[in-house]
Design a protein around this ligand. Structure first.
Ligand code: BTN
Length: 320
């Protein structure tokens, strides 16, 4: 199916005959593949009598060679899948079957993309970035402190370098533009965090998505919507690799405290009145910043308190 998709990705009309000739198959084989594109990948194909077939909108597919050829790209081995349940789940499966980190899995689409706090991450084909990096972490819990915030910082730098200048962070690692989510991070661990373990850094970025076909349950935006132009996802992967390798190296050498000021300087909700959802009773307070381990610091009824944990989530209070 991929060779056919490559021919169609320009969004122009191609006759069944020309497609068949280019791929060395019959016109009816082309027709079957086109049906599969629609059914399996959710890609609408338009057919006009006398002109042929074209995709509803042009695509720029992810290309391993293009990413690998980028001089500045970190040389983590990379695989690109057409469709997968979740790139994080795929990485965890590969780790369980003995695949040695570091490595990256990218997908053109996810059928069960995972977000934080059990949410779904909407992942249509060919539009956005679904990226999971597997790393080995040794040195116990200290090596993990603040790591999820550092990943958010690297992602923010990559977005700003790509031109999304107004992007900022929301604790712990959401990236927002004008209150709308553009990217998120889901870290998953396997093994013993107190000893040697594997870390999966899952990053989802709304890159070229302009239309929500399924009903995303929060305000969102995309790089394309912010920049007014289609973004080359291959280039963005290289930039993300570059920033992640830089920030992860800094974190390993100096720990989160060395990046704490930079993180707080990019935190959109410093000083704001917020409500922290904890799973139990929500906590109302004012955001003071983050501590040296990346926990959020709130002033609650005049007292400074810190909170940490993957299931926590902030929202602005109504009076904010
Ligand atoms: C969030 O809720 O903000 C985190 C979203 C993380 C989504 C990414 S997409 C690539 C990777 N694979 C997944 O299933 N989830 C993460």
């Amino acid at each position: 199916m991929l060779p056919l998709l490559r021919l169609l990705q320009d969004g122009c009309f191609h006759s069944g005959e020309a497609l068949g000739a280019a791929l060395g198959v019959s016109r009816s084989a082309i027709w079957k593949q086109l049906k599969s594109l629609e059914a399996e990948l959710g890609l609408p194909v338009h057919r006009v009598r006398g002109r042929g077939y074209r995709l509803e909108s042009p695509l720029l597919l992810l290309e391993e060679e293009v990413i690998a050829a980028s001089k500045s790209s970190q040389d983590w081995p990379l695989s690109i899948l057409h469709s997968v349940d979740s790139t994080n789940a795929e990485v965890l499966r590969r780790l369980a079957s003995g695949h040695a980190p570091p490595f990256i899995v990218l997908a053109e689409r996810q059928t069960s993309g995972r977000g934080r706090r059990g949410r779904n991450w909407i992942s249509p084909f060919g539009e956005n970035l679904y990226y999971s990096l597997a790393l080995q972490v040794s040195g116990g819990m200290r090596q993990l402190e603040g790591l999820s915030l550092v990943v958010g910082l690297a992602l923010l730098r990559a977005l700003r370098t790509a031109g999304v200048a107004r992007a900022g962070l929301k604790w712990p690692n959401d990236v927002l533009v004008d209150g709308r989510k553009i990217a998120g991070v889901l870290l998953e661990l396997s093994g013993d965090p107190a000893d040697v373990c594997h870390l999966v850094i899952g990053v989802g970025v709304n890159v070229n998505m302009l239309v929500d076909k399924v009903g995303i349950d929060q305000p969102w935006t995309s790089m394309r919507a912010e920049l007014g132009a289609v973004v080359d996802r291959n280039e963005f992967v290289c930039e993300l690799n570059r920033q992640l390798s830089r920030y992860l190296a800094m974190h390993q050498a100096q720990g989160f405290p060395a990046m704490r000021d930079e993180w707080q300087g990019s935190h959109l909700w410093q000083g704001r009145n917020v409500t922290l959802a904890t799973g139990g009773r929500p906590v109302n307070g004012v955001v003071l910043g983050v501590d040296e381990a990346g926990a959020i610091l709130l002033r609650v009824a005049g007292v400074e308190q810190s909170f940490s944990g993957g299931e926590l989530s902030l929202r602005l209070s109504d009076d904010s």
